[in-house]
Ligand binder design. Structure first.
Ligand SMILES: NC(=O)c1ccc[n+]([C@@H]2O[C@H](COP(=O)([O-])OP(=O)(O)OC[C@H]3O[C@@H](n4cnc5c(N)ncnc54)[C@H](O)[C@@H]3O)[C@@H](O)[C@H]2O)c1
Ligand SMILES: O=C(O)C(=O)C[C@@H](O)[C@H](O)[C@H](O)COP(=O)(O)O
Ligand SMILES: [Zn+2]
Length: 362
């Protein structure tokens, strides 16, 4: 069965790959087989997603040797221990260098499976099959792979690109509402950092997106992937521009870590973190107060938090000190010059940061 789908390409020379977006892609064996070419495949997933989609994927890959590993579900399992279990599964199945990993799931599964693929036998192919909105608009694309450390998010990982991303939008029908909304936070991020017209479009399509209407959903995923593709195509390893994709994350990662992984979802923490970045950008006289207010209003309409938990300014500052954008011992922050234009800034006055932390973290 051939389904109609959208395609966005990541242009990275010999590491280029397509992102396929559309309904029913997991039910299309010929599409799956044309993008998963290895004979031996390890499907990495979790227990929740395995019961929903593993049989479909296994059927589509019929004729290959398919072994699967279902990890426990949750951000708290995005650990070196789970990563080691993936490597063990590859070894137990005697997978060679021409085998491939298929990551079936959200960002947690995708980040861990990608890191295992990056390091097993110094690198084997992997394909992302994202099943959350967040993974379809962000984490499956761009090659950031990682596991968490108890003291910091995504502290151990690698840049390693997949061979293909297959985003079957039909899988989003079973995604719990809270997870779906968390994915929308990263969609709003793209408007804020890169595309004011997309931000306007989001304001006009809140209800359509919340009801998961096909056309709105596909447009949001496609535009998000296009923006990420443009940014990653310019700066694959975050030497400069790519850092804008981190808007709200320095604050958000501190929230996730302080609250205990999994208690605040990544997208929720990013939403609250983007409000902190917007407040700081306004305090510096860059982002207009009206656009700061539009940001808070849009996130609120999507049911996302706009106020951080009170983790304490000192604790927040200490956790933020481990951010990967620290350079020369100085914390660089992604701030908004205006709505639709982000910048990575190191020369902000410290008092403005401290005031933002005090106001939001307490
Ligand atoms: N690599 C990157 O560029 C990047 C970008 C953004 C976020 N991330 C990472 O992604 C992670 C968050 O990803 P996430 O939001 O996808 O969370 P997740 O992977 O934990 O998935 C969310 C929940 O939804 C369930 N689920 C997944 N698909 C489902 C479906 N179709 N139907 C029903 N349930 C389903 C999962 O089992 C889980 O319980 C974080 O660890 C974050 O750091 C990475
Ligand atoms: O792809 C990127 O680059 C991003 O920063 C996307 C983020 O949404 C994502 O959460 C990423 O994992 C954060 O990366 P980190 O380098 O801050 O761990
Ligand atoms: Zn993120």
């Amino acid at each position: 069965m051939t389904q109609r789908h959208e395609q966005v390409d990541i242009e990275l020379g010999d590491r280029s790959y397509p992102i396929l977006i559309g309904p029913g892609l997991l039910s299309d064996p010929s599409l799956l087989r044309s993008h998963v070419t290895a004979r031996d495949v390890l499907v990495v997933t979790n227990e929740t997603i395995a019961s929903l989609y593993l049989p479909k994927l296994t059927t589509a890959l019929d004729g290959k040797r398919v072994v699967s590993l279902a990890l426990p579900d949750g951000e708290e399992f995005k650990t070196l221990d789970s990563y080691a279990r993936i490597l063990d599964a590859l070894m137990d199945a005697r997978m060679n260098r021409d085998a491939a990993v298929v990551a079936l799931g959200g960002g947690v599964v995708g980040d861990m499976a990608g890191f295992a693929a990056a390091s097993y036998q110094r690198g084997i192919d992997y394909v992302q099959v994202p099943t959350t909105l967040l993974a379809q608009v962000d984490s499956s694309v761009g090659g950031k792979t990682a596991v968490n450390h108890p003291k910091g998010k995504n502290m151990i990982g690698a840049f390693y690109q997949p061979r293909c991303v297959i985003a079957d939008t039909s899988t989003l029908a079973t995604l719990p509402d809270r997870e779906y909304r968390a994915g929308i936070a990263e969609v709003v991020k793209y408007g804020l950092i890169y595309d004011p017209a997309f931000f306007d479009w989001l304001e006009a399509n809140v209800e359509a997106l919340l009801s998961r209407a096909d056309a709105a959903l596909i447009h949001a995923i496609r535009r998000s992937c296009e923006i990420k593709a443009e940014v990653v195509g310019v700066d694959e390893r975050e030497q400069g521009l790519r850092a804008i994709l981190n808007l709200g994350h320095t604050f958000g990662h501190a929230i996730e870590t302080a609250m205990g992984y999994g208690n605040w979802l990544h997208g929720e923490a990013v939403a609250a973190g983007m409000v902190m970045a917007a407040d700081m950008s306004s305090a510096l006289g860059w982002l207009a107060a009206a656009d700061r207010d539009r940001t808070v209003k849009l996130l609120t309409r999507f049911g996302l938090p706009t106020q951080s938990p009170r983790i304490g300014a000192a604790e927040g500052r200490q956790l933020m000190g481990m951010d990967k954008k620290v350079l020369d011992r100085k914390l660089r922050l992604v701030l908004l010059r205006r709505l639709g234009q982000a910048d990575i800034v190191s020369d902000y006055p410290n008092e403005v940061l401290e005031a933002t932390l005090k106001q939001h973290f307490g």
